[in-house]
Design a protein around this ligand. Structure first.
Ligand code: ATP
Length: 415
């Protein structure tokens, strides 16, 4: 099995990610996140929000609606220019994104048509009377920020330079969804739009600043630095709104791929929406990351094998569960009772999981595979001196810790 097959299989088996609508044969480009996947995604979002909003005094948050007045997408240029070039095989009629295929159809070897532009916006129809009102599921969460710029300036005490952060779903009618959840038709974005004075030096300063901040964020949560790089877009590659664009890329099993985009959008959006600040139109530096892609790349990057054991070396802050608690043996009522007590107490403080199946070795194996950084075992000594064994996922080292100290022991480790 190659690495991607192993990741996909682990995700399904352990409850990170399932194919969407699976019992009806699935639906291409949609994924459901199981009990562990939702924890991982929530952790990514929470940590992003903490560093982008809560720890700063120049960024505020927003949660705009997914469906907006279609005029927004006319003004932003998306109804015209939010396109990918598409080719169709003249033989089997399968369709592909031009940049993902060579001369011949990968499915049947047939020749392609000339490239056509294909708009990625997903249409929806609203209301009960005909003709129904056509609208779009947002193709990027960004526009919600620009159309609320004035509301935010008027209702909160922000002054340029400042940013507006948002996390939410976006939808793209991708021609070729694939590589697991890397390219989906429904996904979540986490974005910052940072507004600056329209001056070259100012734009450059904040562009450089945010490139570094975002790289450091991924490194800080454990992405191997050799698997991360920054690549500047060539002029013909830039999106219609971008003056300058960089991708933070990840060295994935399917090549170097975009993790997050850092874009200098200039005054494109605010001028299209005819929005000004004082007497000028600010420029925008954007950091635009994908929550699903981050989840996938964190999983790939932390995946390791020792013999036939899998260890997911997720950063503890990202791990779905921080601690697993078990009694040394399940059939001793006094051990089980004590372990249960400790589990219920820890659970109030930290995401904690209970396991009393199989033997200790199997339980360690299971927890390693889902990335739980610490396992607590309650044994006979616990009943005598009130200490437990804490075992570390990455080093397999064990130490005795007093039950009364467990809270502070784990909070220290998590810092
Ligand atoms: P690509 O070139 O891969 O199509 P893009 O340049 O169109 O991506 P942006 O518009 O810059 O992507 O979107 C910002 C971020 O949103 C991306 O870096 C990615 O993390 C996420 N993203 C975009 N499209 C998808 C998708 N189809 N599935 C999952 N995540 C996506």
């Amino acid at each position: 099995m190659d690495l991607m097959e192993k990741i996909v299989s682990l995700c399904k088996r352990r409850g990170f990610v399932y194919p969407g609508s699976e019992i009806y044969g699935g639906i291409q480009g949609f994924w459901d996140y199981g009990p562990l996947g939702v924890e991982l995604k929530n952790n990514i979002k929470k940590l992003w929000w903490k560093s982008m909003v809560h720890e700063r005094d120049d960024v505020v948050g927003l949660d705009a609606a997914i469906i907006m007045n279609p005029s927004v997408w006319e003004a932003s240029g998306h109804t015209q220019a939010f396109t990918d070039p598409l080719v169709e095989c003249k033989n089997c009629h399968h369709r592909f994104r031009v940049d993902e295929v060579s001369e011949k159809c990968p499915d049947c070897g047939g020749p392609f048509t000339e490239p056509k532009t294909f708009n990625l916006l997903t249409e929806v129809y609203l209301g009960s009377t005909e003709p129904k009102q056509k609208a779009y599921l947002r193709g990027e969460i960004t526009q919600g920020v620009f159309v609320n710029f004035k509301n935010i300036v008027d209702s909160s005490r922000v002054e340029i330079p400042f940013g507006i952060a948002q996390i939410g779903k976006a939808f793209r009618n991708e021609i070729t969804p694939g590589n697991f959840n890397f390219r989906s038709r429904e996904f979540e974005q986490m974005e910052l739009e940072f507004f600056v004075k329209p001056e070259e030096a100012e734009g450059q300063k904040w562009l450089d600043y945010w490139k570094q901040q975002r790289l450091d964020w991924y490194l800080g949560f454990g992405i191997n630095k050799d698997n991360l790089r920054l690549r500047e877009h060539a002029p013909d590659e830039r999106a219609h709104y971008a003056r300058l664009a960089f991708d933070i890329e990840y060295n994935s099993p399917f090549g170097w791929k975009e993790f997050e985009g850092i874009h200098h959008r200039g005054n494109w959006d605010l001028s299209r929406h005819k929005v000004t600040y004082q007497n000028y139109t600010p420029w925008v530096i954007e950091t635009s990351g994908g929550v699903d892609r981050a989840a996938l790349f964190f999983l790939i990057d932390s995946y390791s094998e020792v013999g036939d054991r899998v260890i997911l070396k997720l950063h503890p802050q990202l791990a779905p569960y921080k601690v697993a608690v078990f009694p040394l043996v399940a059939n001793k009522p006094d051990l089980a009772k004590k372990a249960r007590e400790i589990y219920l107490q820890l659970k109030l403080k930290l995401p904690t999981v209970w396991d009393d199946r199989g033997n200790i070795g199997k339980r360690y194996y299971t927890q390693d595979e889902i990335g739980t950084p610490w396992c607590v075992t309650v044994d006979y000594q616990t009943l005598e001196d009130g200490t437990v064994t804490v075992r570390d996922r990455d080093t397999a080292q064990q130490e005795r810790v007093s039950v009364t100290q467990l809270d502070s022991y784990f909070s220290k480790k998590l810092k």
